[in-house]
Write a protein of this length. Structure first.
Length: 337
């Protein structure tokens, strides 16, 4: 991790859930992480990712629970490593995902995930019996963060999420398109994420040697990729999102603005789980979904706004993202609203 990597204080407060009502134990883990307790009361504070990684590990040790108290049974120390060692023997990502969900199910009692394939879409649906609303929301995000982090690591590439929905209200840290994708819904009937089923056929690129390195750095790796929401990738995303498609700067322009070489710029984005092209694709997806949900623009106008050469190109892309046409998605969205 780099010094400027940071996470919202929301995540630090959430990590302490299992120690609620135990101020002495909370003081111990905060001291181990080097996080002043007064920082937790300021929602605008950001915690260094390295400090949050130490907090994660300190809480897990204090509770002997790698799921940080969000489940009535939890995951005793060593559970995560045990699950991971089985995954690298899988034939492909789909088999590894099924093993991952099954492995988590051996330990967790209140929350579990199931995989289904609907046509060309793969869906991970959550089943959560946690009665505490606060614990439910954090448990679901934590569970999916672990699963997604493992999938991306095993495949050696980012797995873009095409649709996400959660039963809980929007969390304090807000909507983050780069984390759950632009097609994001809260207060839904059930929680699930959806991505292209073709990713399930990907071969695994990891082995026992790389697993040892991953297990030494997995909290930090997951934090940088999934909780560091003000990194370079988010910065680039926002810059592209805030200007018209025809005025988008090039990769070289963006690197020069930040006094970085093109190679350094690419490496830092890759470290956060993105390429420059993937970030451009995410912005185009976000524009399309936002316009379909919140405007009466024609499909042709939306295609132009999102940088597609013609409406038919948007139709093809949208079909890949959702399995639906833009018009059908708009109609379904407004019906549900």
């Amino acid at each position: 991790m780099q010094e400027k990597d940071s996470v919202a204080v929301y995540f630090a407060r959430a990590a302490l859930y299992g120690l609620h009502g135990q101020p002495e134990r909370i003081a111990v883990v905060l001291a181990a992480a080097g996080i002043p307790e007064q920082q937790l009361s300021d929602k605008s504070v950001r915690i260094a990712a390295s400090a949050f990684a130490r907090l994660w590990l300190a809480v897990a040790r204090e509770l002997d629970d790698e799921f940080l108290g969000f489940d009535s049974h939890g995951m005793p120390t060593g559970s995560f490593a045990l699950i991971c060692r089985g995954l690298i023997q899988a034939d492909n990502l789909g088999q590894a995902l099924l093993q991952c969900l099954s492995g988590l199910g051996l330990f967790l009692r209140d929350i579990h995930g199931s995989l289904s394939v609907r046509g060309d879409r793969a869906v991970i649906r959550l089943h959560n019996r946690q009665p505490d609303p606060q614990a439910r929301s954090v448990a679901e995000e934590t569970y999916l963060t672990v699963v997604l982090g493992l999938l991306c690591w095993l495949a050696g590439r980012r797995i873009p999420i095409d649709s996400s929905q959660f039963t809980h209200p929007r969390p304090e840290h807000g909507d983050d398109h780069l984390f759950w994708g632009p097609n994001l819904t809260f207060e839904a009937n059930h929680s699930e994420i959806e991505f292209a089923a073709s990713y399930l056929e990907l071969p695994l690129v990891q082995n026992l040697a790389t697993l040892k390195t991953f297990l030494r750095t997995s909290p930090q790796w997951l934090i940088v990729r999934f909780s560091n929401r003000q990194g370079l990738s988010a910065e680039v995303y926002k810059q592209l999102r805030n200007c018209r498609y025809e005025h988008w700067p090039t990769l070289a322009d963006m690197a020069e603005e930040r006094a970085l070489s093109i190679a350094s710029f690419r490496r830092q984005l890759q470290r956060e789980g993105f390429s420059f092209q993937e970030l451009k694709d995410e912005v185009r997806r976000a524009i399309a979904f936002e316009c379909l949900r919140n405007t009466d623009l024609s499909i042709t106008a939306i295609a132009e706004k999102a940088g597609f050469c013609e409406a038919s190109a948007l139709h093809r892309a949208f079909k890949q993202w959702t399995g639906e046409s833009p018009g059908y998605y708009r109609k379904k969205w407004h019906s549900s609203e």
